[in-house]
Design a protein around this ligand. Structure first.
Ligand SMILES: *[C@@H]1O[C@H](CO)[C@@H](O)[C@H](O)[C@H]1NC(C)=O
Ligand SMILES: *[C@@H]1O[C@H](CO)[C@@H](O)[C@H](O)[C@H]1NC(C)=O
Ligand SMILES: *[C@@H]1O[C@H](CO)[C@@H](O)[C@H](O)[C@H]1NC(C)=O
Ligand SMILES: *[C@@H]1O[C@H](CO)[C@@H](O)[C@H](O)[C@H]1NC(C)=O
Ligand SMILES: *[C@@H]1O[C@H](CO)[C@@H](O)[C@H](O)[C@H]1NC(C)=O
Ligand SMILES: *[C@@H]1O[C@H](CO)[C@@H](O)[C@H](O)[C@H]1NC(C)=O
Ligand SMILES: *[C@@H]1O[C@H](CO)[C@@H](O)[C@H](O)[C@H]1NC(C)=O
Ligand SMILES: *[C@@H]1O[C@H](CO)[C@@H](O)[C@H](O)[C@H]1NC(C)=O
Ligand SMILES: *[C@@H]1O[C@H](CO)[C@@H](O)[C@H](O)[C@H]1NC(C)=O
Length: 884
C-alpha cells in the first residue's frame, strides 16, 4: 500500500519546511547542498552502451565479472548480457518467463491492476551453485521461483515462491544466496507481513511477532554479509545486516515523523532456539540510523538505498546510506556514512524495552549469556555450541528486546551531502586510488528522474564531479552494479539498462578543466585529460583531488582568451559573452585591469553564467573587459573585449533606434598578434574605424518623421511584446516543475528589483527564482529558458517586418536592420523590458564557436544554433558586432 497523507497536512509540513530549508542562506545546510560541477545531458554522454529488450521494468542485476556476464531480471523476462558491451545483441540471450493467462485472470479477480501488477516481475536473481542460478518472480500475485541452467540458459525446475518473494512488484525487497543459503527480507504474502528470513536450507528462520513485533511495516532497501568470523580473536560468527525504514514507535524529538531508518543484524550460524524462539532468529537486533542536521531540526528518516564498502579488515567496513524525507512532495536527499564499529557499539549497548506501550531504555539486569549475541568462544567454553543450547531466560529476553537504545550517528555527525534538487534512489560505491596514493570513495548516485551523480568523497565532504542524464524519459534509477574489470557501471531503470564508463576524462579539454574536476580517475598528461590507469608511467600526470587547483602551471597553454571588440551607442545594452561550463566557477570581470567594483544594476551591469550585460552603456564604460572563470581560487582567463561606447547625436538622443545603421564596411577585420596576458597564437581582432555618421537638416527632418513613426510601431510592438512575455512567463512557471534542472539566465531573465540585488556574482550558484511562489532548482541551464528567450527574439524580429515603415523619399542608408527597431523599442518600453533588447541576442548569437567544445551541450549552444541560422539569413543587412 502506498503511503498517503491528507493534503492539508502536506501543506502544513511544506510550509514549515520551506523556511527551514530556504530561510538560511548561509551555514551548514547550504554548505552541504552540493552543486554538480558539470551537467551532461543525454546527447552528450560518452562511451555509453544501452540495452532495451522487449521487456520493461529492468530491476534485478546479477554481475559475474569473471566470465564477463550480466544477468538482468525484468518484467516477464531474464537476459544474459556481455559486460564488455551490453548493446551487443550478438552475444545476449533472453529467457521469457510470463505468468500464465489463467494466473493473470486470477490476479485481476483479486482486484489487482492488469497493466502493472498482474505480470511476472522478476525480483530475485542470484547464483545458486556452479551450474545454476536461482530466481523468483511475483508471477501475477502468486510468487514462483525457479532454477536456471546457466550453460543452456533455460529453466530446469520451478517451485513455490510465496515464502521467498513479495506478491507486490512495488514492495521493496532485498536478499542474496551465500554458501548455498538464501536470505531475504521483504513484506511477504498478501497481507504484506514484513520479515527477514533464511529461506533455505532447513531449518528456515524468521522474525518473531509476539509478544513483541520485531518489524513494523518495514521497507527493506539493502542487505550484506560481513565475514566477521575471519581472524576473530573471540571465535565470532559471520553476520548479516539488513537496512530498512519502518514505522516508528519510539519517542522522538520530531513528533510529526512516523518513520525511522534502521539497521538489523542476525548471525549466520543462528539455527533458532530449542523451545523458546524455535525456528526464529535468536540473534536479531536492530538499531536506529540517524541522518539529521540537528541545528535545523531536519531529520532524514527514510532510507532509500545502502551500499556497504568492505574494509581490508572487516571491522573497518563502512556503509553509505541515501536518505529522504518522509513527505513525498519535498524533494530533498541526504547521504550519510556510517562505520561498522559504531553499529557494533550500538548492538553491544543497552536495550530498549516496551513499557506501557512505550519504548524506554532498559536499565535492569541483562541475562548471561548476553541476549542477541552470536555464539562465540565464550559460549563454547560454557558448552553452548549453538543457538539451540542458549538458556530460556536469554532467549525470552531477546524475544522482548529486539531494539537497541543507542542510535547510530553518521561519521562526522552530519550528512556528507544534501541535495535539494533531486530525489536520490540508489547508490553504488567504488574505491579508487588517486595519483596521490590515497584511496578515494567514488559515489555513483541515481535519481528518480533518470540522472546519475558521479561524486568523490574528499575528507568529510562530497564533491559531485558531474551529473549525467542517463535516460531521456524521467524515471527512477532502480539498480546499479559496478564492474571493476570493465570499468563500467550498469544502471537499470524501468525503460532499460545503460552501461556507463566509470569516468569520461576526455570530456575535460584543458589542464584546469581536468584538475578542477577532481576526478581521481583522471589526469592531465600535458595534452589531454585521460584515465590515469592507461599510463604505465604516471610521474608526469597532473591531478589534484584534494584541492582541485594545483598542477597546471601554464595558463596560456590551456585555452585561448578570445579577443573581440564591441562598438555600441551610448544608452544601448550590450552583452559580453563569457561561457562558463563549470557550474562551480564564478565569472569575474575586469575593466582596464581593475576588477569591476559592482555588478548590480545600479552600476550598469548584470552578470550571469553566460556573460556580462552592460545596461545602457555610458561613455565611462568603454574600455578593455576581461572575463575570468574563478574556480577553487584560480583565475582562468576566458574572454577579452574592447568596448567602445559611441556618443549619441543630440537630436536623436531620445531615440537610439534612429537610422544610423552603417554599411558593413564600417568594420574592418584585421589580424594582429594578441596582447598580453595571453601569449597564445595570433587571433582576430575586430575594431571599428572612427564613426562617420550622416547629418544635415534634411536628414534631421526625415529622421524626426521616421522617429515618430517608429515610436508608434514600437509602442504597439512593445505592447505585443509585454503580452507575449507575460504569457510566456506564466506558462513557464506553470510548466516548470520544481525539480527541473535548469539554468536561469541571470543576465537576461526578467527579475524583480529585489532579486536583481541578490543576483550579484557571489550568489549565482544558489539563487533561486520564484514563480508564483513555487520553488525552483538552483540556477542551471534550461532548454525551457532557451525557448523563452528564443521566442521573444522572434517577436522582436517579426513585429517590425510585418509593418515596415514607409520608404523615405530621400536617399537613405541601407535598409534598417531588425535590431534598429529593437533599439527603438527599448527606448520606449519600461526599463525592465530593456533586458530583452534585441541586440543582446544578436550578440549572443555571434558567439565564438571555437570556444565551444563539441562535447559541451548547453542551453547557450542551443540558442546559438538557432540564432546562427537566423544570422545567415540576416547577416547581409546587419553590421557586425555592434548595436550602432
Ligand atoms: C514498470 O515500468 C512502467 C513504465 O515502463 C512503470 O510505469 C511502472 O511503475 C514500473 N513498475 C515497477 C514495478 O517498477
Ligand atoms: C557496442 O555494441 C553496439 C552494437 O553492436 C555498437 O554499436 C557499439 O559501438 C558498441 N560499443 C562499444 C563501446 O564498442
Ligand atoms: C555475431 O558474431 C559472429 C561471430 O563472432 C559474427 O560472425 C557475426 O557477424 C555477428 N553478428 C552480428 C549481427 O554482429
Ligand atoms: C485489463 O483488464 C481490462 C478489463 O478489466 C481489459 O479490458 C484489458 O484489455 C486488460 N488489459 C490487459 C493488458 O490485459
Ligand atoms: C546445482 O543445483 C541444481 C538444482 O538443484 C542441481 O540440479 C545441480 O546438480 C547442482 N549442481 C552442482 C554442481 O551442484
Ligand atoms: C587473517 O590473518 C592472517 C594471518 O595473520 C592474514 O594473513 C590474513 O590476511 C588475515 N585475513 C583477513 C581477512 O584479515
Ligand atoms: C559442545 O561441543 C563439545 C565439543 O565439541 C562437546 O563436548 C559438547 O558435548 C557439546 N555440547 C552440547 C550441549 O552439545
Ligand atoms: C617516468 O617519466 C619520467 C619523466 O617523464 C622519467 O623521469 C622517469 O624515469 C620515468 N619512469 C619510468 C619508470 O619509466
Ligand atoms: C607553456 O606554453 C608554451 C607556449 O604555449 C610552451 O612553449 C611551453 O612549453 C609550455 N610550458 C609547459 C610547462 O607546458
Amino acid at each position: 500500500m502506498k503511503q498517503t497523507k491528507p493534503p492539508n497536512f502536506m501543506l502544513v509540513v511544506l510550509g514549515c519546511l520551506i523556511p527551514v530549508i530556504w530561510g538560511f542562506p548561509f551555514g551548514p545546510v547550504l554548505d552541504m547542498d552540493v552543486t554538480p560541477r558539470t551537467t551532461v545531458h543525454v546527447n552528450g554522454l560518452l562511451g555509453c552502451n544501452h540495452f532495451h529488450g522487449a521487456a520493461v521494468n529492468y530491476s534485478s542485476l546479477l554481475l559475474e565479472d569473471g566470465p564477463g556476464l550480466l544477468y538482468v531480471g525484468a518484467r516477464e523476462a531474464i537476459y544474459k548480457l556481455d559486460t564488455a558491451n551490453i548493446s551487443d545483441t550478438n552475444i545476449s540471450f533472453s529467457l521469457e518467463w510470463a505468468a500464465s493467462a489463467e494466473q493473470k485472470r486470477q490476479c485481476l479477480s483479486k482486484g489487482k491492476n492488469n497493466q502493472t501488477e498482474c505480470y511476472n516481475h522478476v525480483r530475485f536473481l542470484d547464483r545458486y551453485n556452479d551450474t545454476h542460478l536461482y530466481t523468483c518472480g511475483t508471477h501475477a500475485f502468486r510468487p514462483r521461483c525457479a532454477y536456471i541452467d546457466v550453460a543452456r540458459f533455460t529453466f530446469v525446475r520451478f517451485e513455490e515462491g510465496k515464502e521467498k518473494c513479495p506478491y507486490d512488484p512495488t514492495k521493496s525487497y532485498t536478499g542474496f544466496i551465500i554458501d548455498g543459503e538464501m536470505y531475504s527480507a521483504s513484506q511477504y504474502e498478501f497481507r504484506d507481513i514484513p520479515d527477514i528470513r533464511r529461506n533455505f536450507p532447513f531449518p528456515n528462520l524468521r522474525t518473531d511477532d509476539s509478544p513483541t513485533r520485531w518489524l513494523l511495516e518495514s521497507d527493506f532497501v539493502g542487505s550484506a554479509l560481513l565475514r566477521e568470523s575471519i581472524n576473530s580473536s573471540i571465535g565470532d560468527d559471520d553476520k548479516l545486516y539488513f537496512f530498512f525504514t519502518e514505522r516508528n514507535t519510539e519517542p522522538t524529538a520530531y513528533s510529526s515523523q512516523t518513520k525511522v531508518a534502521r539497521v538489523a543484524r542476525v548471525c549466520k550460524g543462528d539455527i533458532g532456539g530449542q523451545r523458546t524462539l524455535q525456528r526464529k532468529w535468536t540473534s536479531f537486533l536492530k538499531a536506529r540510523l540517524v541522518c539529521a542536521i540537528p541545528d535545523y531540526e531536519l531529520q532524514f528518516n527514510v532510507l532509500r538505498s545502502v551500499f556497504v564498502v568492505e574494509g581490508s579488515n572487516v571491522h573497518d567496513s563502512v556503509f553509505y546510506g541515501i536518505f529522504g524525507l518522509e513527505w513525498r512532495n519535498v524533494k530533498m536527499s541526504a547521504v550519510c556514512q556510517y562505520s561498522l564499529r559504531d553499529v557494533q557499539t550500538a548492538f553491544d549497548g543497552p536495550y530498549m524495552e516496551l513499557q506501557d506501550s512505550k519504548w524506554r531504555e532498559y536499565t535492569g539486569k541483562v541475562p548471561d549469556p548476553r541476549p542477541g549475541s552470536c555464539i562465540t568462544d565464550q559460549h563454547r567454553a560454557l558448552l553452548l555450541n549453538s543457538s539451540r543450547d542458549l538458556p530460556d531466560n536469554t532467549l525470552n529476553f531477546a524475544r522482548r528486546h529486539p531494539l537497541m537504545s543507542k542510535q547510530i550517528q553518521p561519521v562526522g555527525g552530519h550528512p556528507l551531502l544534501l541535495q535539494r534538487s533531486a530525489d536520490y534512489t540508489k547508490i553504488a560505491v567504488q574505491q579508487v586510488v588517486g595519483l596521490d596514493g590515497l584511496i578515494y570513495d567514488m559515489l555513483f548516485i541515481g535519481t528518480d528522474e533518470g540522472w546519475m551523480h558521479r561524486a568523490v568523497k574528499i575528507r568529510d565532504r562530497v564533491h559531485i564531479i558531474e551529473e549525467l542524464q542517463l535516460f531521456e524519459e524521467k524515471q527512477p534509477i532502480n539498480n546499479m552494479v559496478i564492474s571493476q574489470k570493465q570499468n563500467s557501471i550498469y544502471v537499470s531503470a524501468p525503460s532499460g539498462l545503460v552501461q556507463v564508463p566509470l569516468s569520461s576524462c576526455e570530456r575535460y579539454t584543458s589542464c584546469y578543466d581536468c584538475v578542477f574536476a577532481r576526478d581521481p580517475l583522471c589526469g592531465w598528461d600535458g595534452r589531454t585529460c585521460a584515465e590515469i590507469t592507461s599510463y604505465a608511467n604516471r610521474s608526469s600526470l597532473v591531478q589534484d583531488v584534494q584541492m582541485g587547483s594545483r598542477g597546471c602551471t601554464n595558463i596560456t597553454n590551456d585555452g585561448f582568451v578570445m579577443h573581440r571588440t564591441r562598438a555600441v551607442m551610448a544608452g544601448d545594452d550590450v552583452l559580453l559573452q563569457c561561457d562558463i561550463r563549470s557550474n562551480l566557477a564564478t565569472p569575474y570581470w575586469t575593466l582596464n585591469g581593475q576588477q569591476l567594483q559592482g555588478y548590480g544594476v545600479e552600476f550598469g551591469y548584470r552578470t550571469g553564467n553566460d556573460g556580462l550585460l552592460i545596461i545602457g552603456a555610458q561613455n565611462q564604460q568603454s574600455g578593455h573587459y576581461r572575463c575570468y572563470a574563478v574556480e577553487n581560487g584560480v583565475w582562468v582567463p576566458v574572454r577579452s573585449y574592447v568596448v567602445r561606447v559611441q556618443p549619441v547625436l543630440p537630436p536623436a538622443s531620445h531615440l537610439s533606434g534612429s537610422p544610423t545603421a552603417l554599411p558593413e564596411s564600417f568594420f574592418t577585420t584585421k589580424t594582429v598578434p594578441t596582447p598580453s596576458p595571453s601569449s597564445g597564437p595570433v587571433e582576430q581582432i575586430l575594431s571599428p574605424p572612427p564613426a562617420q555618421l550622416p547629418s544635415g537638416p534634411e536628414f534631421q527632418t526625415y529622421r524626426h518623421m521616421e522617429a515618430m513613426y517608429i515610436s508608434l510601431v514600437a509602442v504597439l510592438g512593445g505592447l505585443c511584446l509585454v503580452l507575449t512575455v507575460v504569457l510566456l512567463y506564466v506558462s513557464f512557471c506553470a510548466h516548470n516543475s520544481p525539480n527541473a534542472r535548469k539554468y536561469s539566465q541571470q543576465a537576461l531573465s526578467i527579475t524583480t528589483a529585489s532579486e536583481r540585488k541578490r543576483s550579484s556574482h557571489f550568489e549565482l550558484k544558489t539563487i533561486s527564482s520564484h514563480c508564483n511562489g513555487r520553488m525552483e532548482g538552483r540556477s542551471r541551464a534550461t532548454s525551457r529558458d532557451g525557448e523563452f528567450l528564443q521566442i521573444i527574439q522572434m517577436d522582436i524580429q517579426t513585429t517590425p517586418s510585418e509593418e515596415p515603415p514607409p520608404a523615405p523619399p530621400l536617399p537613405m542608408p541601407p535598409p534598417l536592420p531588425a535590431s534598429e527597431y529593437a533599439n527603438g523599442l527599448s527606448a520606449t518600453l519600461p526599463s525592465v523590458l530593456r533586458k530583452m533588447n534585441g541586440n543582446s541576442y544578436v550578440l549572443l548569437g555571434q558567439s565564438d564557436s571555437e570556444m565551444t567544445s563539441p562535447l559541451y551541450h548547453s542551453f547557450t549552444e542551443e540558442l546559438n544554433r538557432i540564432l546562427e541560422k537566423r544570422k545567415h539569413t540576416q547577416l547581409d543587412i546587419q553590421p557586425d558586432e555592434s548595436s550602432v
